[in-house]
Design a protein around this ligand. Structure first.
Ligand code: SF4
Length: 306
């Protein structure tokens, strides 16, 4: 496994973005509530071609210079591929996606993580690519990303036989990893092998209730599935111990409270704090910097990918 030193909350060593817009920069289209504050779009608007991720008609190509850099790298590396767009965006031609997978198949010296929100295109294309490149993609880890229960119910059953991991980032609501009478974490032979959770960051970021994260963590613990908590996002919850030990006191003054359905309320005053806590509204505050802890612990399990 790679010797690259990782930052906290990071499960990959390096990112590589070989799918580019002809002429430079990146592109994608917002298709989910999770796209509203897309970090990749913000990055593209600031540093690259400045085209918003709004469905503008662009043409894509593979950047051979990026691929050559990956080939030249001698240290075994976990690459996060295409993190500035969705590689299954509707305007990325099938042939280009084939070329990307052939490249990864021909360069098994690294591990490649790749994520999509586009479960329908995944189903139409990826099983065929996998069957043609059979036994050559063990080091390519296919992920799905969803942000709430509606997306989980719709998309997980479509891709379950083919995915290696599920990303819940930004997590925008409680997610029960069961659907249609089956548990997506524990059914023998067909289960999600790894779960990653992260909160939203950046301007306008929406908060994540710590109970949503605890619930998925517990579902993973019960099923023996590795669980990686990336960070809380822009909003930091007050620690569990502080909440339970300070009921009735004034330490939540001036904070916000997130309710179990994700609604955010400003502090209504100390006389309402106890009632809010009883309704499982959690005190939370917007703070700079990332918080990698959940209830005072780091969860950074990653499957063994040697
Ligand atoms: S799919 Fe991903 S990259 Fe594309 S707009 Fe949504 S969040 Fe951004």
């Amino acid at each position: 496994m790679s010797q690259v030193k990782r930052k906290p909350g990071q499960y990959w060593d390096k990112s590589a973005n070989p799918i580019i817009v002809k002429g430079g920069g990146y592109h994608c289209t917002n298709i989910s509530p999770g796209c509203i504050h897309c970090w990749a779009e913000t990055t593209n608007l600031r540093f690259h071609n400045r085209i918003p991720y709004d469905g503008t008609r662009v043409e894509f190509e593979l950047d051979q210079a990026i691929l050559d850099k990956v080939i030249r790298r001698k240290t075994r590396t976990i690459y996060f591929m295409c993190d500035l767009m969705d590689y299954l965006h509707g305007r990325v031609p099938d042939a280009l996606i084939w070329d990307l997978f052939k490249f990864m198949a021909e360069n098994p010296q690294h591990i490649y993580l790749i994520l999509t929100k586009r479960a329908d295109r995944f189903c139409n294309l990826i099983p065929t690519i996998r069957s043609k490149l059979v036994n050559r993609l063990f080091h390519v880890k296919l992920g799905l990303t969803v942000c709430n229960q509606v997306e989980a119910n719709e998309k997980i059953p479509m891709v379950l036989p083919f995915i290696d991991w599920l990303s819940l980032e930004p997590m925008l609501g409680a997610i029960d990893l069961e659907g249609g009478g089956r548990c997506w974490l524990s059914d023998a032979g067909l289960r999600i092998p790894w779960i990653v959770i992260g909160g939203e960051t950046g301007p306008g970021a929406r908060p994540m209730h710590p109970e949503w994260v605890r619930s998925v963590r517990d579902q993973c613990l019960d099923a023996g599935v590795p669980f990686f908590f990336k960070n809380c996002g822009a909003w930091k919850p007050i620690l569990l111990g502080e909440v339970s030990e300070n009921r009735g006191l004034d330490i939540f003054k001036g904070l916000h409270f997130i309710s179990p359905d994700g609604t955010l309320k400003k502090d209504p005053g100390p006389d309402k704090h106890d009632e809010l806590l009883k309704r499982n509204c959690w005190p939370i505050q917007r703070r700079r910097g990332k918080d990698y802890y959940l209830d005072g612990r780091i969860y950074n399990e990653v499957p063994t990918w040697n």
